[in-house]
Design a protein around this ligand. Sequence first.
Ligand SMILES: Nc1ncnc2c1ncn2[C@@H]1O[C@H](COP(=O)(O)OP(=O)(O)OP(=O)(O)O)[C@@H](O)[C@H]1O
Length: 368
Amino acid sequence: MNAVEGRGHLAATAASPILEARGLQQSYGDKPVLRDIGFALQPGRVLALLGPSGCGKTTLLRLVAGLLRPTGGALLIDGRVVAEAEGAFVPPEGRGLGMVFQDYALWPHLSVGGNVGFPLEMRGMARAERERRVTAALARVGLDGFARRKPGELSGGQQQRVAIARAIVAEPRLVLFDEPLSNLDRELRESLVGEIAQLVAGLGLSALYVTHDQAEAFALADSVAVMGGGRIAQLDAPEALVGRPATPAVAEFLRLGTLATVTPRADGWWLPGGEAPILPRGTGPAPDAPQQVLIPRRALRLVPLGEAALRGMVTGSLFAGDRHAVTVQLPGAPPLDLRLDSARRAAPGETVGIAVATEELCWFASPP
Ligand SMILES: Nc1ncnc2c1ncn2[C@@H]1O[C@H](COP(=O)(O)OP(=O)(O)OP(=O)(O)O)[C@@H](O)[C@H]1O
């Protein structure tokens, strides 16, 4: 099992996990969607589930929420088994969770205050205490004075803030976020992601955050589970995912650079049909068989031809605000596109030299 460890924290303490999945499986009919999912989320940490559409992230979140019963394995919240294939099953309202959905899921006929106070009303909390908590929760999300408005009078970003206030009003120990920002435009997403991070840290919440947006996951989460094919391909801190992707599939999904299959020869590693070694001798593992290697963008830089380890032709140069994202094609069969960042614009068709920081390369043990 992977232990979820926090960025900037010491390794997980002896505290029992707030959420734990043990060998969790889910099939729809005879179609397996989640296979052998295991993780443990420590209190006060944020775990993001990141993966392409259809990889099973929402299904996993629904299992945690209690909207589905697993077909195998077990789920524990705060040390208590809340779901197994046969046996325990605690319904959603018994799990003490807050939830934030992509579509806000606000009741249009209720006021903002009525929406936020709803979970407290369900618990039979007295009106005065309810109002005090609703006011505090709205203040937390920057919506003081909005209690009497109707959701339809608010912008998308404000509606999502209302949904967040509703998720935290009952002071849950674990909050589930299901792609909460995907209906908002980029600028708003960027500001809300920072606000959610502050809120979660300020309240000491634990959170499970589903997204297909890498930047969101990296900005918010202590640990990120990259999912693929119904499994967790890698669970790590964002920096570790970028620095040491576990598989070529993870590197590819995170768009960390160029994956190449290289073959060892006496003078170095060669691309199929290459004109010269792509990497010098002595780089990488003992050269006895073809290997897959990730050449991250950060490992490459444009240099004068005389100093270059590689040379190729510029096929694209896009200005990205603070840098040019340059694509250079190396000759080979098939040719290989290298992507790198450059301070200067490169002209398509230009022959350029590239230096490689070989210590930044990631070699994969698995055969290509
Ligand atoms: N109720 C269902 N019945 C049958 N198959 C389902 C059901 N719900 C989801 N699936 C299938 O399970 C797989 C995983 O779906 P899930 O929604 O969990 O993926 P996801 O990673 O959240 O994708 P997205 O980002 O598009 O929401 C998909 O192939 C989907 O078609």
